[in-house]
Write a protein that binds this ligand. Structure first.
Ligand code: PEP
Ligand code: MN
Length: 341
């Protein structure tokens, strides 16, 4: 971190600043130029509050040189992280491409088991299904909640597919015992208290990018989970809010290579919430596979027209088969069938 001082800084304020920084074990290298004086901060500056320094009268500007995330940073962990999911040997990351598929919401036993069997047959290696739904309207279907989790776990037993479901409140954690991957939805990406609780688990977390969050903020949220000891974080680009209205969100496709260079964590793409329309799912999926994502999480429903949540963006099982075939065609070595259980 570099602190650029205003001309002729007040010496008393300057020594208060340097004492405070030295108290945090940071060494200071002072460079006095003709126009400006610069302080180079050497040491672990992750705990330094950059805004606090910027607000000081004697400071003209502050710049971070190193990224504020350590655990998620590829600089300190050059190899891809490979995350094991469930007990059946399914992994995410490290060069293989994974398909996660299932309905936005678990609606009934019949629905989730039917979809689970169909997506498995098409090559999905994980089943998604929401039980606690973050709906914009309090009057909209909120998910089957505990019953939804129970039905999802039944579908896991029936098919052997590990399951992914979203948590909205840490007080529900006990219900997620048999859920293999806990999803943190876009709206909770910066629910730091929830992230801290998930950091104490030893279970994979699928962390979705917030609607209006930068990639650095996404990585800082991953850092919250990892700082607690849970290193099993899968990042998910699911589209961000822009001025465009033709799509539900704008898929930030460049997030994939940018994240892959900044972090060793796996990166999956959600083309369903990005586009918001079933017909956009295939092109967005192929683009994601081609650009180096580690997988896709796709909404699939046996009867999209009557889905209780996100029907317009849900694929039929047949359309999902077509997407899976398309991905297989462009990534012949990176994609494997689901392990037979
Ligand atoms: C979902 O996966 O169903 C969901 C609500 O996603 P997001 O948090 O990305 O909107
Ligand atoms: Mn959804």
């Amino acid at each position: 971190m570099v602190v650029i001082l205003k001309n002729s800084p007040d010496e008393k304020q300057l020594s208060q600043l340097t004492d405070w920084l030295e108290g945090m074990d940071i060494r200071i290298q002072r460079t006095v130029g003709v126009q400006q004086t610069i302080l180079g901060l050497i040491g672990d500056t992750t705990r330094v509050d950059i805004d606090l320094i910027r607000a000081l009268d004697i400071v003209a500007d502050v710049r971070r040189i190193a990224e504020p995330y350590k655990s998620a940073n590829r600089k300190f962990h050059p190899d891809d992280t490979i995350i094991s999911v469930g007990a059946g040997g399914v992994t995410v990351g490290g060069g293989e491409f994974r398909l996660i598929a299932g309905p936005c919401s678990v609606e009934s036993e019949e629905q989730i088991i039917c979809v689970a069997k169909r997506v498995k047959a098409a090559g999905a290696t994980m089943l998604r299904g929401g039980a606690f739904k973050p709906r914009t309207s309090p009057y909209a279907f909120q998910g089957l909640q505990a019953d939804g989790i129970r039905l999802l776990v039944e579908a896991k037993k029936e098919t052997g597919l590990p399951v992914v479901s979203e948590i909205m409140n840490a007080s529900h954690l006990d219900l997620f015992e048999e859920v293999d991957v806990i999803q943190v939805g876009a709206r909770n990406m910066q629910n730091f208290e929830l992230l801290k609780v998930l950091g104490m688990l030893n279970k994979p977390i699928l962390l979705k990018r917030g609607l209006a969050n930068t990639l650095e903020e996404l990585l800082m949220s991953a850092e919250y989970i990892m700082a607690g000891g849970n290193k099993n974080v899968i990042l998910c680009e699911r589209g961000i809010r822009t001025f465009e209205t033709q799509t539900r969100n704008t898929l930030d496709i460049s997030a994939v290579p940018v994240l892959k260079s900044l972090t060793h964590l796996p990166v999956v793409v959600d083309p369903s919430h990005s586009g918001g329309l079933a017909r956009l799912v295939k092109p967005l999926s192929l683009a994601s596979a081609a650009i180096g994502a580690d997988g896709l999480i796709i909404e699939v429903h046996n009867d999209p027209a009557h889905a209780l949540c996100d029907g317009p963006q849900s694929l039929t099982p047949e359309a999902f088969e077509d997407v899976a075939a398309g991905v297989r065609a462009i990534l012949p070595h990176a994609y494997r069938e689901a392990p037979q259980v």
